[in-house]
Design a protein around this ligand. Structure first.
Ligand code: HEC
Length: 165
């Protein structure tokens, strides 16, 4: 085999690797290839590290009426429990039991409505007429406003889930 061909063989796996990730040097920097996925960045953010104080089995903040499907104790538990529907809500908030935490868009996601006032005020699902804006708790009362980065990661996560990425 001549040297040129051998060189080509050596670099083929690298080319394939870039092809598989859908990007090439220049189109996306090496840091994108190494970066954490969206949900990991969201989970590790200052605000979302607070969720496990109440939304986790045995958490110190657990009390009657805490949304009980979410378990933020680890990144993977949070990711998998967010595929479920809200449960355990009582009183004014009971109308949102059974509503998917993550819907097809940020506008139809209870998880986003609990943090974004505009989305909360416009929240309306025909399958869940009792989950009105008044029935959705404002979680920023517990954890403070999300930073712009946290809010955009939250919406990006929902969009990625909806598109099956
Ligand atoms: C201090 C305790 C506490 C913390 C911290 C907390 N929550 Fe909650 N969460 C609650 C309670 C209690 C409810 C039920 C509604 C209510 O009583 O406000 C709830 C409800 C929810 C709901 C359902 C909203 C609804 O009314 O239908 C979502 C979604 C939610 N929380 C997400 C989160 C996320 C994500 C975090 C972290 C960023 C978080 N919460 C942090 C206590 C907490």
């Amino acid at each position: 085999m001549n040297t040129e061909l051998r060189g080509l063989r050596a670099c083929l796996p690298i080319v394939l690797c870039f092809a598989a990730t859908g990007c090439f040097l220049g189109a996306c920097g090496a840091e994108d290839l190494l970066a954490d996925d969206t949900f990991t960045m969201l989970y590790n953010s200052d605000t979302f590290q607070m969720c496990k104080g109440c939304h986790a089995p045995g958490a110190t903040g657990v009390r009657a009426g805490v949304e009980a499907t979410q378990d933020w104790s680890t990144r993977d538990r949070a990711f998998s429990t967010l595929q479920g529907n809200a449960s355990g809500l009582i009183g004014n908030f009971a109308g949102c039991n059974g509503v998917p935490l993550v819907g097809n868009t940020p506008e139809t996601s209870l998880l986003v409505a609990a943090f974004d006032e505009d989305i909360r005020l416009g929240f309306s699902l025909s399958a869940h007429p009792n989950c009105t804006p008044e029935a959705i708790s404002d979680m920023t009362a517990d954890v403070g406003q999300l930073s712009a980065t946290e809010l955009s990661l939250l919406k990006q996560f929902v969009n990625e889930e909806a598109s099956g990425q």
